[in-house]
Write a protein that binds this ligand. Structure first.
Ligand code: FES
Length: 151
């Protein structure tokens, strides 16, 4: 953990969250590091990371449902599902069929409600509407912190 992260943790420990944390962190860190490392202020509490990764705190109420197999959340256009006691899957919310932002997770599959495209947890299409597959993103759980690598 570098010094900047420690500062961020310190600010979090003061009880600052979301936009107010973002503002204080930027002021304390200086503009250049803010541009390089800033969290998206529109992300909900419990979310960290940068342009290349999302980090979800599974203890936070926004994401605690990911402790239950079969549940999912949508963050910044990414559908993140708990697919087993040990594994997660993350895919784009944008369907490869006609580009609708309607992909969710149900019954162990990713599913688009627009025309019923289905995809497995590796993004492989399971029917004709889903035949182009879905973009997937690697996930990694460390303790209660789930990282989704975007870039
Ligand atoms: S846009 Fe998703 S099934 Fe057609």
């Amino acid at each position: 953990m570098n010094e900047k992260m420690n500062r961020l943790e310190f600010l979090k420990s003061l009880g600052l969250k979301g936009a107010s944390l973002f503002a204080v962190y930027c002021a304390a860190s200086g503009l250049s590091s803010c541009i390089n490392e800033s969290m998206d202020p529109t992300l909900p509490p419990g979310t960290g990371g940068n342009a290349n990764e999302l980090i979800l705190d599974l203890n936070d109420s926004n994401y605690s449902k990911l402790n239950t197999t079969g549940s999912y959340v949508i963050v910044s256009g990414i559908v993140i599902a708990r697919i087993s006691t040990t594994a997660f899957a993350a895919v784009t919310q944008v369907c490869s069929h006609e580009g609708k932002r309607k992909v969710t997770f149900r019954s162990g599959e990713f599913y688009c409600s627009e025309h019923g495209a289905k995809f497995d947890t590796n993004g492989k299409g399971l029917n004709s509407a889903g035949k182009k597959g879905l973009k997937t993103y690697p996930t990694e759980l460390t303790g209660t912190s789930l990282k989704v690598t975007l870039g």
